[in-house]
Design a protein around this ligand. Structure first.
Ligand code: GDG
Length: 483
């Protein structure tokens, strides 16, 4: 009886959906942000594409499939979001000031972000943050359910939306659901701290395919699911409530062709030469580029470089460091403290080792145009990427893609997802200060043959597996899931 009623209800839902199908999207991307952002210009509305390979790759897959992108426009003021961008439809999901505080700054950035990054800072747990998180996730699920075609495909992104897969499945059992987590998935001992761990697991298990950056994260998740839910199976295939769920690693990457092209642009190469000149034509330029985030290990790296100037393994005038720290989450107290401590470390380093007109470290707390970033990558002999934990780290891959001259050296944390692929890097444990110094010393002094061998290994791997390949392989795996 119940079964019959359910079947009837489902057929009504399908019938309705079919009748409306022409306005519905075959493929929907749901993400925290839309692919465009608002930049006020002389009082008029100006929307610009958000930078980055992810937007280009997802736009290209959406363009071919009558696609729709649902996300937050980045402001709590109601704005006139354009209805489409590059041939894909956009749907703004507005959030209130309160939701911004509790869902975004609170649960997403002060509970999940630190918890999923090895609890480098203590995660904060508040019930009202969780309520806001559930509420916003439900709004996303409803918006997707209203806009996806019958038997369509939905790709949900990242830690802000982990409840959406299950909520959406309840509203629209006909659609195929993929979820990709851009940040790490923590080990069991840490995830167990989360008071709502079962809800998050059940939320994710609503998907047909759950993708992570690396196999370690995928196996952390599957082990956790087997332990804290009724899921059974292996690390790559789970059975849950009568459905099969595929779990796997899909390492994200960069737009290799675009970066290679920019790196050969004569204007950018000229700018790169100018940067080296402005730095005083040192023998070796060391570079760090990060969002200013406590997970990125920026202070640790500066401490290592500073001690190297102290012990004479680096020499003012001969060696110079540039650190770009892109402003991020500035209203959070942890980030404010991080910035304060970082700026103090920079000024101490220059105070102790710099000379008039010749600082040993140049620090930029700015969001630079991507072309300027490429010029910096070209100007840098040694790139230092030392996060304590990072889902992937695209900066490392961007640097590698810029260095077709095969002279650049990469110092890379073992705890960045990128370490699984960029085996030609000088690997470090960022908690081991002496180890970081040693790796920087080896990178600075590496001979041309060693540098060439290491860089060509890394380029071969990164070039082929670009961000387009990543998006296509995820969607292919999603199509192959059993329904
Ligand atoms: C999350 C995960 C994962 C940086 N400075 C500027 C600028 N950038 C761009 C870089 C790069 C991006 O920002 C940073 O990406 P990361 O991967 O390094 O780090 P998160 O922001 O933490 O990203 C991470 C990623 O998601 C993707 O899945 O790899 O692990 O934490 O592309 O180029 N871009 C411009 N100006 C800057 O000053 N235009």
């Amino acid at each position: 009886m119940v079964e019959q009623a359910t079947q009837q209800a489902e057929s009504v839902v399908r019938g309705r959906a079919r009748a409306r199908d022409t306005t519905k999207a075959q493929l929907v991307v749901a993400a925290n942000r839309l692919p465009v952002h608002h930049s006020p210009n002389n009082g008029s509305d100006d929307w610009r594409p958000s930078p980055g390979g992810l937007v280009s790759a997802l736009t290209s897959v959406l363009q071919n499939r009558n696609g729709l992108w649902i996300g937050w426009p980045g402001t709590t003021e109601p704005e006139n979001v354009p209805p489409s961008y590059e041939g894909i439809r956009l749907k703004a999901l507005n959030i209130t000031e309160d939701e911004y505080e509790n869902f975004y700054l609170g649960f997403s950035n002060a509970t999940l972000w630190p918890l999923y990054h090895d609890a480098i800072r203590a995660p904060t747990f508040h019930r009202h943050w969780w309520q806001a998180y559930s509420q916003v996730n439900m709004r996303y699920a409803q918006a997707v359910a209203d806009n996806v075609a019958l038997n369509g495909t939905v790709w949900i992104h990242d830690y802000q939306l982990q409840l959406v897969p299950r909520m959406l499945r309840e509203l629209r059992p006909d659609v195929r659901i993929g979820f990709f987590l851009h940040i790490p998935f923590p080990p069991i001992e840490l995830f167990m701290q989360l008071p709502w761990r079962r809800d998050i697991l059940a939320g994710l298990l609503g998907a047909d395919l759950i993708g992570f950056q690396v196999t370690q994260a995928a196996s952390n998740f599957s082990r956790m699911a087997r332990r804290q839910s009724s899921a059974t199976g292996t690390d790559s295939l789970l059975d849950f409530e009568g459905r099969s769920i595929r779990v796997g690693a899909f390492p994200i990457s960069v737009d290799s062709d675009q970066i290679v092209e920019l790196a050969h642009d004569p204007a950018i190469r000229a700018r790169s030469a100018e940067i080296r000149k402005d730095l005083g034509d040192p023998e070796v330029v060391l570079l760090g580029v990060d969002r200013l985030d406590y997970t990125k290990g920026i202070q640790q790296r500066i401490k290592a470089v500073s001690e190297m100037f102290q012990d004479g393994s680096l020499k003012p005038g001969k060696h110079v460091m540039v650190q770009v720290a892109v402003p991020s989450r500035e209203t959070d107290a942890h980030y404010e403290r991080e910035r304060h401590n970082l700026e103090q470390a920079v000024s101490e380093m220059n105070g102790e080792h710099g000379q008039v007109g010749n600082p040993v470290i140049h620090y930029l707390h700015q969001n630079l145009p991507f072309a300027e970033l490429v010029a910096l990558y070209l100007a840098a002999d040694v790139m230092i990427v030392t996060p304590f934990r990072d889902g992937m780290n695209l900066v490392a891959k961007e640097y590698v893609m810029c260095r077709s001259d095969l002279t650049g050296r990469l110092v890379l944390s073992e705890f960045a997802g990128a370490a699984a692929e960029l085996r030609g890097a000088f690997m470090v444990n960022p908690h081991d200060l002496e180890g970081v110094k040693e790796a920087i010393r080896l990178a600075v002094n590496a001979g041309p043959k060693e540098a060439r061998d290491r860089m060509s290994r890394m380029r071969r791997k990164t070039y082929r597996r670009d961000v387009y390949d990543w998006a296509e392989s995820f969607l292919l795996a999603l199509r192959q899931t059993a329904m």
